[in-house]
Ligand binder design. Structure first.
Ligand code: SF4
Length: 558
């Protein structure tokens, strides 16, 4: 591992040798926050960040005669930064920092600067001295929520603290290891990067008794826009996505309301819209007219560190086998539990189903002992044969025979049920890819599936976890509810059966509705929607090689 670390470290050279003052603020808050932002280049634009920007803009307007935003860099000190405001009082130059929140209160309830704010203003003051060659005696911080002004003197101990922090920042920038989560849990509740850091889950990985609070957002309310009509053009106008469908009024959707654009069939998207989507973190995916997932617009930046760690971890056959075992158990247990639902309230009935459930249990017991990926594939094949053989038992007797299921067939689908499964798995693959790209992992490098087809192995691996809850159960429920028109929703071409355009539209609605349902995660214990679960599971997978293992692949139905 040491050899790999040295090799990795040589690849990770900072662009500029100076450290940003705002990065020192993050460092004083939590070294892991510094690392996530500065080394892994993860940023979130949460409400607090936007509010901070608004505050600065307002101050700029009100106090323009004293405003003097200034960018400074000192090679000698190793620091750079942009000062909020600079004022002259009694012949002294004083840097100011504005904070939206309240000041810290000491034991006597006296207002004080927060430690990270204190280091930040000291760093600005020292930078000012170093870059301009003037004497700076103090910096000031205004906390707007309680209207308090704190004076922070710049003395030798303050200068030493800044130098020490710069040195620590430089060491961390060269490290390939993400620092551990902070011991002060209260910091995490206010940290903008908590949804990507997942500190509560890291604590749970080290202490099985830990009861995590949810810092990961329960839902993602941004829309997934499916463009199903051939000939539609997608463009950009200002901060909006513009959708021009044939013979329909142009639709404009604010970018902040859009999470993904899914272009089916032959729709067009402009280069400007693609650039805009990359900038706004909007996933862009392509699905063929036949319902096959074609690919995604990959605009990942700054995730080199994570991919290098992934390469290092997944080049170990033992790691791959261990993860693959979890995956096969997860999918097999999900399939078995789904079949068990078919026996509820039917005491003594459905004998065939009960027999299969028992057989699956016996196969699942062998999975933890599997010694190779090949033997796992054999066990997985047995489980799939048992599951799909018994699946017809879950179809209600009232369902039209055209919608019955008589075994799994893939491309081309030979019956309506398989046409729906195939389209559902394509949409699922797209969502899994979206999560992998959002997290910044390398989809081409998996731990179970081998790179034999166009599909990315890691996406195929993760797909296994979600097939039953998101597609199989959704198709079965919609069939049993009588939601399908056997003629209008399907197209028969010789032996092949495909969803028609109305069928695809209907399926997309049913699928997207399913993703909005909440689910209590069996490991973390908190609820979140399926559409958030994709990202959480990818992040938990990454933790498997980050020293925070044990939480991935346990999404088993109750
Ligand atoms: S969530 Fe907590 S541990 Fe993670 S970076 Fe933020 S403060 Fe540090």
């Amino acid at each position: 591992m040491q050899a790999i670390d040295l090799e990795l470290a040589s690849l990770i050279k900072p662009v500029s040798d100076t450290v940003r003052v705002s990065a020192l603020h993050a460092l004083a808050y939590c070294p892991r926050l510094f690392y996530l932002e500065e080394v892994e280049e993860l940023y979130t634009q949460d409400a607090a960040v936007f509010a901070g920007r608004r505050l600065h803009a307002e101050i700029e307007k009100q106090e323009d005669e004293e405003w003097e935003e200034l960018f400074l860099e000192s090679e000698e000190l190793g620091l750079r930064g942009r000062l909020d405001a600079l004022r002259t009082r009694d012949g002294q130059t004083i840097p100011y920092e504005h904070k939206r929140g309240r000041a810290h209160r000491d034991e006597n309830k006296q207002p004080q600067a927060w430690e990270s704010d204190r280091l930040q203003i000291l760093a600005y003051a020292f930078l000012l001295e170093s870059a301009l060659g003037i004497t700076v005696k103090e910096g000031r911080i205004r906390y707007h929520a309680d209207n308090v002004l704190i004076h922070v003197p710049l003395d030798d101990s303050g200068r030493a603290a800044v130098r020490e922090a710069i040195e620590q920042a430089r060491i961390l920038r060269q490290s390939t290891h993400r620092p551990p989560v902070t011991d002060n849990e209260r910091l995490c509740a206010r940290c903008s990067l908590a949804p990507v850091c997942l500190p509560e889950e890291a604590r749970l990985a080290h202490n099985k008794e830990w009861q995590p609070i949810r810092l990961f957002p329960e839902d993602d309310e941004r829309q997934v826009i499916h463009i199903l009509e051939p000939g539609t053009s997608v463009g950009r106008t200002g901060e909006q996505i513009k959708i021009a469908r044939r013979n329909q009024p142009v639709e404009k959707v604010p970018a902040r309301q859009v999470g993904q654009l899914v272009l089916h069939s032959f729709s067009q998207i402009s280069t400007q819209a693609l650039h805009f989507c990359a900038d706004q973190g909007i996933g862009v995916h392509f699905i063929s007219g036949g319902g096959r997932y074609l690919g995604s617009f990959d605009s990942r930046q700054g995730s080199i560190q994570r991919r290098i760690r992934q390469y290092a971890a997944l080049s170990s056959p033992d790691t791959c086998l261990e993860l693959a075992r979890k995956l096969v158990v997860c999918r097999g247990q999900g399939q078995r539990k789904f079949l068990m639902r078919g026996t509820r309230g039917k005491a003594g009935g459905e004998e065939a189903l009960r027999k299969v459930i028992t057989q699956m249990k016996a196969v699942l017991k062998q999975v933890p002992q599997a010694k190779s990926l090949e033997s796992l594939l054999g066990l997985e094949g047995n489980l799939a044969a048992l599951y799909f053989g018994a699946l017809p038992c879950l179809i209600s007797k009232e369902v039209a025979t055209e919608l019955h299921f008589n075994g799994r067939n893939r491309r081309p689908p030979l019956d309506r049920f398989n046409a729906m499964l195939g389209f559902g798995y394509a949409l699922l693959l797209k969502d899994v890819m979206n999560a992998i790209l959002t997290v910044g992992l390398e989809p081409a490098l998996g731990f179970y599936h081998q790179p034999r087809s166009q599909a990315s192995p890691l996406a195929l691996d993760l797909l296994e976890i979600f097939r039953v809850p998101l597609v199989d159960m959704t198709v079965m429920a919609s069939v049993n509810r009588g939601q399908w028109d056997t003629k209008a929703d399907f197209e028969i071409r010789g032996e092949q059966v495909w969803l028609s355009e109305t069928g695809r539209r209907k399926f997309v609605e049913v699928y997207e509705r399913r993703k909005q349902e909440s689910w209590k995660h069996p490991v973390t214990g908190y609820s979140l929607t399926y559409r958030r679960l994709f990202e959480l599971e990818v992040r938990l997978l990454e933790k498997e090689w980050m020293g925070e293992a044990g939480l991935f692949g346990q999404l088993i139905l109750r």
